[in-house]
Design a protein around this ligand. Structure first.
Ligand code: MN
Ligand code: MN
Length: 299
């Protein structure tokens, strides 16, 4: 198949299957009373138990939070009756990544959840070689607006490559002429985010997820050491503050990470919230473009 060797194709399929099993195992845990931290731990524990590694920290984002909330150490936030909860999980096998997400509504907003699932399904239907990636955005936007909701226009899907969570392609959730065409062997994460709010996500101050960018001089020797460990352990993939909690005190860790962000050594993924505090739903699958259409690895 195109740019992928048979081994690579098998690795993507294996990672996708592993992650789909984790998703279905964890889905029933997403209910009122559950701690967000327990959900993230269950996801990451189950990935490890099945022989994979997290491709990024599990995101558990509630209501108007769209993405990038990965519970910090000792987080006691719980799901409340009526909450709408996005769980976004990723796993890799030797760098071959699978990325999937689902939404659970514990109250109203069932229609928002159904619509985002329909939008993802419609998007997967149009995937084939030679289409402009903007075509995916068009069907997402049409499906979502027909139901009376809005896609979040500044959140997108992305191409995947070995050890890279965002390679080359950006997959819009609104109609766009991108000039970028799909080809056989492209690996894509398609992920509509939709809302009953303004349709725009913005950064909050909080950061719980980071990614190694480059070596930079640091003032603190400790920061230098931590950066080397991050580089070695996560291969440029995102990691959680929580994963480093055993290495030093919380205060010291926060200061060190802040210094590394300030030095340009780490990228901070700010928590993203819907601008008008609208409720947000997300659905996501990883697909591989084939001659006839695409193969979903995460179903
Ligand atoms: Mn994802
Ligand atoms: Mn993704």
């Amino acid at each position: 198949m195109g740019m992928l060797t048979d081994e690579e194709l098998q690795a993507y399929r294996k990672a996708g299957k592993l992650l789909a099993e984790v998703r279905e195992q964890v889905r029933p845990l997403v209910k009122p009373g559950a701690r967000l931290l327990d959900i993230a731990d269950a996801v990451e524990g189950s990935i490890a138990q099945r022989g994979g590694k997290p491709a990024f920290p599990c995101n558990v984002s509630v209501n108007e939070i769209a993405a990038h909330y990965s519970p910090p150490v000792n987080d006691d936030a719980t799901i409340k009756e009526g909450d709408i909860v996005k769980v976004d999980l990723g796993a890799h096998l030797e760098g071959y990544i699978a990325d999937t997400a689902f939404t659970v509504s514990t109250g109203e907003n069932q229609e928002l959840v159904q619509t985002v699932e329909q939008a993802l399904e419609a998007a997967i239907e149009v995937v084939k070689p030679e289409i402009d990636v903007g075509e995916i955005g068009r069907v997402v936007e049409e499906t979502v607006t027909a139901a009376g909701f809005k896609p979040i226009r500044n959140l997108t899907g992305h191409g995947l490559a070995r050890w890279s969570l965002h390679s080359g392609l950006t997959i819009p959730n609104v109609q766009e002429e991108t000039g970028q065409k799909l080809k056989v062997g492209d690996v894509l994460a398609i992920e509509p985010f939709i809302t009953d709010g303004a349709g725009f996500a913005e950064d909050k101050e909080k950061v719980y997820i980071f990614r190694y960018l480059r070596d930079r001089p640091t003032r603190l020797r400790m920061a230098r050491q931590l950066l080397n460990e991050i580089k070695r352990d996560y291969h440029g993939l995102p990691f959680a503050e929580r994963w480093l909690a055993k290495r030093m005190s919380k205060l010291r860790l926060e200061l060190t990470l802040r210094e590394l962000v300030g030095a340009g050594a780490l990228w901070p993924y700010h928590v993203l919230a819907e601008r008008a505090k609208g409720k947000v739903a997300q659905a996501e699958h990883t697909v591989i473009v084939t001659e006839e259409g695409c193969e979903v690895t995460t179903c």
